[in-house]
Design a protein around this ligand. Structure first.
Ligand code: ADP
Length: 230
């Protein structure tokens, strides 16, 4: 009850600020050993996609980003249909969605600044992001010259610099030590407070899911169970 009330106050706030975004995912996809059949929506909140390895989490992100095609269904961001059965398939470069890959996938031949500037919309915003993420001093370094935690922050900055309408993060903290991970959690929460875009974060860590998620979607046997007791 209280939760529903909170959610509607929050929704009203977003609408009145004019920043309300809604990502709707209702897709089926045949995978090698099972069939995914998921339906969920994400507003200006952090939704954690939680489930064991091989349960289809990355596949869902790839479908949203446009890297992979669902077998059927619909994906909609506000009024824009990104995918609909055999009728609509908006290609990856035309979807305004940020994606932080599990291995970060930075361009190895480009400096930190070139990586971030690659798809940025606004230079001063990109610089502000670098300050926020404490990577200003790394601007002329190459990915091979920086640490794992720094790479992860560059990957996040690169994704947000494109000013996406939604942000997807695939196990962004899994390769980090405990201290760096805790810092990463704080940074992500602060970024979300500042830029309030819908975020889907994939993890298989209990504590991380509870700490970061406004909501947790538990993926089990190809289906999603909302707010499952963990
Ligand atoms: P998770 O991210 O939860 O670890 P994945 O989405 O990477 O899971 O993979 C889920 C399962 O789907 C794996 O068993 C994988 O082999 C299979 N799979 C991934 N992509 C495809 C595909 N395009 N076609 C068929 N099977 C796939």
């Amino acid at each position: 009850e209280a939760c529903t009330q909170m959610k509607s106050i929050y929704t009203a706030y977003c609408v009145c600020k004019g920043v309300f975004l809604m990502l709707i995912v209702d897709i089926q996809k045949k995978l090698s050993h099972f069939e995914l059949n998921v339906k969920f929506s994400v507003a200006n909140e952090i939704v954690v996609l939680f489930g064991p390895s091989g349960s289809g989490k990355t596949t869902i992100l790839n479908c949203i980003a446009g890297i992979s095609k669902p077998t059927a269904g619909i994906i909609r961001l506000n009024d824009t249909i990104l995918f609909e059965n055999k009728k609509v398939f908006v290609p990856i470069q035309k979807r305004n969605i940020g994606y932080v890959f599990q291995d970060y996938a930075l361009f190895p031949h480009m400096t930190v600044w070139k990586n971030i500037a690659y798809g940025m919309k606004n230079e001063s915003f990109a610089k502000e992001l670098m300050k926020e993420l404490r990577i200003e001093h790394l601007r002329d370094k190459y990915p091979s010259e920086i640490s794992g935690g720094e790479k992860q922050r560059v990957a996040i900055a690169r994704a947000i610099a494109t000013e996406p309408d939604a942000l997807l993060l695939d196990e962004p903290f899994s390769a980090l030590d405990d201290q760096t991970r805790a810092k990463g959690h704080e940074e992500l929460l602060r970024i979300h407070k500042l830029w309030r875009i819908p975020i889907i974060l994939v993890t298989h860590h209990h504590e991380e899911a509870k700490k970061l998620g406004n909501r947790i979607l538990y993926l089990h046997e190809g289906k999603i169970h909302d707010n499952e007791e963990m």
